[in-house]
Design a binder for this molecule. Structure first.
Ligand SMILES: [Zn+2]
Ligand SMILES: [Zn+2]
Length: 385
């Protein structure tokens, strides 16, 4: 959450704030408070500034007023419901909380990441392609900057599908209660509203996250023990839950089953254990457990702009066809000049940008905001907004 240590130059702040304000002003119909508004805690952040939280917002009109007057960089709303949402945490009187999940492409450790990651020197602000030493000043302190790539989004979508499957099949959550959003940067946020899991405390949510990630699986769960395995009860491909998923991974089809069982029994306990561990990393759902176990989180508000990218946290009605590079790219199209220092390339609205080596370019406002928010461009000196 937030901008971390990185401070944004004032001319950049002015430009991005104006672009966000313009978008919100023209699209009030897309920006709504969450349901059960009066029980929620809201929060917001301004560029180069800390979090303001423990506030209440009554309705859409209040939210729109806040967007116009405070010009926040980011807006958040609690997953929790409280009797007194604007009091300090200990006095809020927590009632229950939506289940929330964060799937971030950064956590998937994909091979493509190095192709769209660069390193901004903390001392001289030069943007380097590698992170050993700054080519300009020899410093070795960097901010890691990454842009979106199609492969990352596709892989993150696969995790979303796996998550939705576990939620609906294993936890019997009605699909209508599962809201999938693009996070506005490099992943997806999943909100489960009004489910039977609303009252789970933080520990129970940690257990639930472990289940969803398929953590801590042991051979015994799959019917393999250290001792006598003559009466093994390996899972069947038709079984529900993780046993069924493991069976489908191991056996593929029914006909191969007897032969594969023989192999597993011959291979022994520790072989099966390591095979299970490999499988866990493949079929477990890669969510961020810290987000799911947090019952007091203020989570990015759907419909708001993510200041890490200038893209919108937008609802994905059809995950398959959803294209964040177009669908979430909602800021203006008019051309503006920026000074770009961007050694990696990216795509927005079907147009490829970069690489740029310290050059002044004219690009649509949405691309300018994207690069400025990422720290890969500045507003030129003489055209302050
Ligand atoms: Zn440097
Ligand atoms: Zn990628």
């Amino acid at each position: 959450m937030g901008q971390g240590e990185r401070q944004m130059l004032e001319k950049n702040v002015n430009f991005v704030e104006a672009a966000l304000k313009e978008y919100y002003f023209n699209n009030f119909e897309l920006i709504h408070v969450s349901s059960r508004t009066s029980e929620r805690e809201f929060g917001y952040q301004k560029f180069n500034s800390g979090m303001v939280r423990h506030i209440t917002i009554k309705n859409d009109k209040d939210l729109h007023f806040l967007l116009m007057t405070q010009m926040p960089s980011d807006v958040y709303c609690s997953n929790g419901y409280y009797s007194f949402p604007n009091l300090p945490m200990s006095e809020k009187d927590w009632k229950e909380a939506d289940l929330i999940f964060d799937i971030d492409a950064k956590d998937l450790k994909l091979a493509c990441r190095k192709d769209h990651t660069c390193f901004k020197c903390n001392s001289c602000q030069n943007v380097n392609e590698q992170s050993s030493k700054c080519v300009k000043c020899n410093s070795d302190k960097f901010d890691v900057i990454s842009v979106n790539c199609q492969n990352c989004i596709n892989e993150a979508k696969k995790e979303v599908k796996k998550l939705v499957q576990v939620l609906t099949e294993d936890l019997a959550i009605n699909e209508e209660k599962i809201l999938v959003y693009f996070s506005g940067n490099e992943g997806f946020h999943i909100h489960v509203i009004n489910s039977e899991y609303q009252s789970l405390d933080s520990r129970e949510r940690a257990d639930l996250a472990d289940y969803i990630m398929f953590n801590g699986v042991i051979p015994e769960t799959m019917g393999i023990s250290r001792q006598n395995n003559s009466k093994t009860s390996l899972p069947d491909i038709g079984e529900r839950g993780w046993r069924g998923r493991v069976a489908r991974e191991i056996f593929g089809s029914k006909s191969k089953r007897p032969k594969i069982i023989q192999e597993i029994l011959l291979g022994g306990y520790s072989n099966f254990q390591s095979r299970l561990e490999e499988m866990r990393q493949k079929i477990g759902v890669r969510i961020d457990p810290k987000v799911t176990m947090d019952i007091h989180r203020i989570f990015r508000l759907g419909g708001s702009i993510n200041s890490k990218s200038g893209l919108s946290k937008i609802s994905c009605n059809n995950l398959e066809s959803f294209d964040p590079f177009s669908d979430a790219c909602v800021l203006g199209d008019e051309k503006v000049e920026i000074l770009a220092n961007c050694p990696i390339s990216f795509i927005l609205k079907n147009k490829k940008y970069g690489p740029y080596v310290s050059e002044t370019i004219s690009v649509p406002k949405h691309a300018a905001v994207y690069m400025i928010c990422k720290g890969l461009a500045d507003v030129p000196q003489d055209s302050e907004n």
